[in-house]
Design a protein around this ligand. Structure first.
Ligand code: AWU
Length: 441
């Protein structure tokens, strides 16, 4: 007879990269609202990600376990997140994080029975060692995926599975998976993940995961006071007249791409906000040293039309503002969902990883976006891009209409009684049942 744990104690182990941590902590907020007690494993540099959650939940229900980041010969000391490194450093990050296994097992072993976690909710698809920690204490390891079902289906269906093989294995070996998507967006792919890969139905679709607090920092402090950005947007008289340009936390454009984009913005005449990653934040950059360099004189020439934010922008606030009508994006999944919820037209310039799968889903299959760039090496033609930018802020584009319909389904999914809301309830119910029926207090 399974034992019901009244308030499950969930150990959350996020992957230290903004695009993974932000939705993972949005999910953590949802399970805290449903009565769970949570301990989040961080290292010193990722502990600030919890500040917004700490302002919303008591230290009795939201606890922090801070462990030192394990050193690695190919990761400069002081670096603890992937966005500070080029994507090529991912294997080194895997190796470093796997050395959290022993200190985490040691920490759990020293807890009184009443403080033992009942379940781990981790990024085991990028940290296989998490499943091993769960096995050591005979508790469930539930894997959180900040990507969508179509990406999972595509990655695991590929011929060359060298990179994905281990990711798939440790995900399918977990007790179940939580996906930041909504069933109505991609039913055929959600069903495939259930039947073809997980071979069970412990697949919970809980998205779109929204910011826990409107206007809160997501990942880093905004480089410009958010109120200054919103005042700039408030000064734009027409709704949907502004293009937002942002490429997430991992991508930096080359100087050539930056110049082409600047030329297109100038030619288009559109109003815009452009977030340019702070090159100084990158460690051991393997990219062009003069990356992300805004052409001299550009900002002066466009100062009546555009706002350049160097570093980090209050992205969700921007995307939700009435003045913003389109979003030139790298198609990182969290940003795509934020653009959809913000009712903006997606202008897709996929760069790496799942960005291509997200573009196939949204642009090619659902026809709810427009492709404007090919990959991280392509350089757009300024004249062609200028035309697309000018066109993108017209309200009647068919792609925008289709995106709005998807948005309605996503908003319904997270409302009480919706598919994502119900899956969150089911997830909590599953967390309350211990894996082997042992007595949980
Ligand atoms: P986003 O989904 O854009 O993630 P990335 O930063 O691109 O990182 C994984 O996310 C993908 O699978 C990977 O391919 C990779 C990864 N933000 C902000 O508030 N201000 C800024 O200036 C820039 C970003 C926020 C943004 C979003 C998050 C980035 C899932 O793409 O609002 O919440 O940072 O998410």
């Amino acid at each position: 007879m399974p034992v019901i744990t009244k308030k499950p104690h969930v150990l959350v182990v996020p992957f230290p990269q903004t695009g993974h941590m932000v939705p993972h902590l949005d999910l953590t907020h949802q399970i805290l609202l449903r009565g769970a007690t949570v301990t989040v494993l961080v290292t010193p540099q990722t502990s600030p990600y919890l500040d917004t959650l700490r302002s919303l939940h008591s230290p009795e229900t939201l606890k922090t376990l801070t462990l030192p980041f394990p050193s690695h010969p190919l990761i400069p000391s002081g670096v603890e997140t992937l966005q500070q490194l080029p994507l090529q450093a991912l294997p080194y990050m895997f190796e470093a994080l796997s050395r959290l296994h022993d200190p985490l097992v040691d920490f759990i072993s020293r807890q009184p029975p009443s403080d033992l976690p009942d379940v781990i909710l981790g990024s085991s698809f990028l940290s296989p060692w998490i499943n091993k920690v769960a096995d050591a204490f005979s508790i469930k390891s539930i894997c959180f995926l900040p990507i969508n079902a179509h990406s999972i289906y595509t990655m695991w269906g590929q011929e060359d599975r060298s990179f994905f093989d281990e990711l798939e294995t440790c995900t399918t070996e977990s007790y179940g998976v939580v996906i930041n998507t909504f069933y109505e967006l991609e039913p055929e792919f959600v069903e495939s993940v259930k039947t073809r890969y997980m071979t069970h139905h412990r697949v919970w679709t809980v998205g779109p995961l929204l910011p826990v607090k409107a206007g809160a920092n997501r990942g880093e402090q905004s480089s410009i006071p958010p109120e200054k950005v919103s005042a700039w947007l408030d000064s734009c008289p027409e709704d949907n007249s502004v293009v937002y340009i942002g490429f997430g936390s991992q991508i930096r454009l080359t100087a050539e791409q930056t110049a082409a984009l600047a030329a297109a913005l100038e030619k288009s005449g559109v109003r815009f906000i452009w977030t340019v990653r702070d090159a100084a934040k990158k460690v051991n950059s393997v990219e062009d040293d003069n990356e992300d360099v805004i052409p001299v004189g550009f900002e002066e020439r466009v100062k009546e039309k555009g706002l350049v934010i160097r570093g980090w922008s209050p992205q969700t606030m921007i995307l939700e503002h009435r003045a913003v009508g389109s979003y030139l994006t790298h198609m990182g999944w969290g940003s795509v969902l934020e653009g959809m919820v913000g009712c903006v037209l997606l202008l897709a310039w996929p760069m790496q990883a799942d960005h291509f799968y997200n573009t196939t889903l949204l642009v090619d299959k659902l026809r709810a976006g427009i492709r404007v760039g090919e990959n991280k090496d392509s350089v757009p033609d300024p004249d062609e891009l200028a035309k697309v930018l000018a066109e993108s802020v017209k309200e009647d584009l068919p792609e925008r209409v289709r995106l709005m319909k998807l948005r309605e389904k996503g908003v319904e999914a997270i409302k009480k009684g919706g598919s994502s809301y119900n899956d969150l309830d089911d997830l909590i119910a599953e967390m309350k049942i211990s894996k082997c029926g042992k007595e949980n207090v």
